[in-house]
Design a protein around this ligand. Structure first.
Ligand SMILES: [Zn+2]
Length: 139
């Protein structure tokens, strides 16, 4: 995941401060906001690169590698678009006061986990379980 160009310093809650206090919500809103800006720039850059590189190579080998570069770019862009959608969902959750709680079991996801993964919707336990299940399904 691309990091925001100016990383927002980790939030230090005051003693006795409630989880997801207005100040914490503001903090995560700004993290998500800068992440989204960064991703949009990334997508713009990709579009320009693809336009610049739209040269037709005479050598079939060059053409093939160009095509695989492009499909990689397209996949990256797809991933970035999905991330932006996720960020938008998170911003809605902040507005609705749902942010920071696990989708599955409803417990607090926790500040440090959200600091590392501001788009997390599962607590670490549910996420671990999900990953184990996915691995078993992939077999
Ligand atoms: Zn959970």
């Amino acid at each position: 995941m691309p990091q925001p160009s100016k990383p927002v310093a980790a939030y230090k809650p005051k003693k006795g401060e409630a989880y997801m206090s207005p100040a914490q919500l503001e903090h995560f809103r700004s993290i998500l906001g800068s992440l989204k800006t960064e991703l949009s720039h990334e997508i713009d850059r990709t579009v320009h690169t693809m336009q610049d590189e739209a040269t037709v190579f005479a050598d079939p080998n060059d053409r093939a590698s160009q095509e695989s570069d492009m499909s990689l770019e397209l996949r990256n862009r797809d991933r970035e678009r999905k991330l932006i959608k996720n960020i938008d969902k998170m911003l809605v959750r902040i507005d609705e006061g749902d942010y920071g709680y696990c989708d599955k079991c409803g417990i607090e996801i926790g500040l440090s986990r959200l600091e590392a993964r501001p788009t997390a919707t599962l607590c670490i336990d549910c996420k671990t379980l999900e990953e184990i299940r996915e691995k078993q399904m992939a077999r």
